[in-house]
Write a protein that binds this ligand. Sequence first.
Ligand code: NAG
Ligand code: NAG
Length: 221
Amino acid sequence: MLLSPINFIGAAAILSSLASAAPTAAPVYPPKTTSQNFQLIANVTANDLTPSIQNYVVASYHTGAGEAYAVLMPDLSSGRIFYVNGTASDVRFGNSNILSDEGLNQATPPFPAGLAIDSANAVSINAGAGQPGIVLTQFPDPITELAVGGGDGFYACESQLVYGNAVQLFSKGSGETPDGCADVTLLPQCSEDSGAAHPYGQTVNCYADVAGIDWSVYSSD
Ligand SMILES: *[C@@H]1O[C@H](CO)[C@@H](O)[C@H](O)[C@H]1NC(C)=O
Ligand SMILES: *[C@@H]1O[C@H](CO)[C@@H](O)[C@H](O)[C@H]1NC(C)=O
């Protein structure tokens, strides 16, 4: 039977509505657990460095007393342990800060060092409160990752620092990733307690083993 033009349009409309009603697999995201303490693991999303910095951990590169740049290191045991500091309301409104304990195992009591972004967009870990608004993303974001304010990403580059080369971490801000640098997301990996008291430490979502996530079976956005 030949379709008249009217019927033909009707048939096409039925076919396209069938197509849009076809079941599509819901995205599946990597499973999370919770902890008060976490390390930050780099997941390279573009332009990996050589050697690869996939699954490197955020560590500190001290440049002076209580001052350090955030760098990426291959060995998990050299990574810093962080926690989200703030009241529940600080967390809800994105005003919490991310801290780490400085001076552990020393004669002085531990004191906080906070994540901050300097004027050159370098991520730093300096003694003090750090910068409110550097957060771990929360529900409804299905992925938990480090974010600054509006969610600008991060990049890492081989840099010459005072005591030698290191893979230095930067906030992208509103700019572009420079040539020769890798785009990274920073995913929290649950970690053990540092032993220091954290009166405003918050329980957060984190991944048990970031390096073990098989991204070919999971969505990331
Ligand atoms: C992690 O990296 C893999 C490989 O580049 C990518 O497919 C995946 O989307 C990334 N996930 C996140 C949350 O960045
Ligand atoms: C931790 O968060 C609490 C609650 O907002 C705040 O009073 C305190 O100053 C913060 N501590 C540091 C070191 O930033």
